[in-house]
Design a protein around this ligand. Sequence first.
Ligand code: IVH
Length: 706
Amino acid sequence: MLPAERIEVLREQIRSHDHRYFVLDDPSISDYDYDMLVNELRDLESAHPDLITPDSPTQRVGGSPSSSFPVVRHPVPMLSIGNTYNDEEIRDFDRRIRDLLGPDREFAYAAELKIDGVAVSLRYKHGALALGATRGDGEQGDDITANLRTIRSIPLRIAEEAPLLNNIEVRGEVYLPHDGFQALNAFRAEREEPLFANPRNATAGSLKLRDPRVVAERPLRVFLYTLRFEDEAGALAVRPELDSHYERLGWLAGQGFPTNTEARCFAAIDEVIGFCHDWEERRSSLPYDIDGMVIKVDSTSLHGELGATMKSPRWAIASKFAAQRARTRLVDIRLQVGRTGVVTPVAELEPVFLAGSTISRATLHNEEEIHRKDLRVGDTVWIEKGGDVIPKVVSVVTDEREDGSAPFEMPTACPVCGTALARVGEEVAVRCGNAACPAQTQARVTHFTGRNAMDIEGFGPAVTEQILANDLIGDVGDIYDLDQAQLGALERMGEKSAQNLLRGIEASKDRPLDRLLFGLGIPHVGERAARQVAANFRSLDAIRAATEEALEAIPEIGPKISASIVSFFRNDRNLEIVNKLNDAGLRMKLEAPEGGADARTSAEGGEDAQVLEGGEAGSAASGAGSRAFAEKIVVITGTLTNYSRQEMADQIEAAGGRVTSSVSKKTDYLVAGENAGSKLNKAQSLGVEILTEEETEARLSGKQSA
Ligand code: IVH
């Protein structure tokens, strides 16, 4: 047999085994025999690289990490669906459809599980997977093809070869089964990485990873439930012989797609309602999360007739389940001190499995809440996961209360540093007023280094605790002074981990202004407020100097946030931290967005003019510099030896240039220091001229013109 023939035979066999294993859950060979087939294919392909095709089973994980996902427009918007919460609302839906279609029209309903995952779209061209995208805003989503290709149950090639009809779009839901979710969180717990709150969050997080090799390690699954045939131009191709949605699910399964086998067809709405109730009872028997049922008119030609509103189709509705509850025991009420000193009571629960995860803790909000529910340590309680993330204690089973239990009493002193707790103004919350309280410092560091702020890799809770326990830092401003010797000396921290941590710290200097502002942990300043304030004031200096009135001029900033920001920057301790961060070379300014964005107003145009004026003034000040970077767009990346990035940016701006944060076709120069990463790759691929630190200095000092 020729190598090309053997390769094709092996691919077919492997595809079929993948399908049996990942879709049908019915493997027919041992892992060993399967691996032998894959090895043989890999060997043949490396001996004949010209025979490698993108749809080969060996080519699932490919490409290098991407710095961003291209945006793609959906051929047809990905709508969401209306929700119903009781039987009457489902009957209303049925009545609406009958009114629209007119009397005596016969039709059936398909009812299926509403998978609690992340919606995706897959487009196949000439039978091969060509594009995979997220829902995004419904009109356009992210191109995550490389990540979706790693999901082994998604066929890279479909069976049907008929011309014209083999361009299809299928949509469905990517999800993580319970066992995969638990394994993933256990793995993360071991490495002290933050845990995912639920399988849906873990799925969404996985699909947005930059590196497909990491995605490939996540046991993601998918169910496909929508099918659209396209002609060559991408327009809808009608297939009258396949009008039934239910039969389309069968067609998809026949092509090798994973479909959910619990879908059923019914003639009457009461049967549909009965089916929904059945599943509400049985949902916990499934190995994955569902958050309701989806009811669809079965005939796809009727979908066209019924149409859609702006947001959702008229032919489908979701029947949402009530929040899931579980009974467990309240073992203790512990007090947690947050970064602003607010003390929150937390319920310690006997671990109980609920809706995809094990719950051992729930927030109790504040003292009043505990008294209102009369929660006592030792009580049997009901906990609930309301559609999302954080579980709450909803009620007490008072009948089962043990004798001698006592109502909860809020301690009067901070459980960590002993400072008397005080109620602040009208708030129900109590606070520990000691800014140096170790618990507060720990929480502030965790917040600052956290994913949504400076995102310092490796700065997990245990590492933070060690660093604080060894007095290596007093506040977040000291993080940038940590060195290899200090970190390497920590228990259980190897040389390599210390290096990685330092690299993470260095990389965090490049986070944009809004993340830094959020990271400072100013009370009431969330991510959104930080973005708005950063966008309006454009530098930390300007924010620091802003009055309450000036802050409140921003539409979404109210008196509470503005007062909090002003009081934060009046505090000497806080200013000291900000100065340390400035000296460390963090990004203290918002770079102007790159040209062309339509959000830019004439006011911002005015600022451009100022940059140029500043450039002239600056050039005089910096001596020989002249306007070496006049009107050039420059990005700085990596670690510089003689300057902080901010100093370099100031010099370039003084020489007439504009410094921006991301590399694009418009970038004129990339100044690359040591350990430059993805920006360097991107600049190289776009043909952007790359300057070393020395070359940049030479240009700035006028020895070489730009
Ligand atoms: S049909 C236009 N079927 O639920 C109708 N959606 O709230 C398209 N979902 O965005 C959706 N399971 O992400 C449909 N069996 C199922 C589903 C399902 C989960 C999700 C999907 C959709 C959301 C609507």
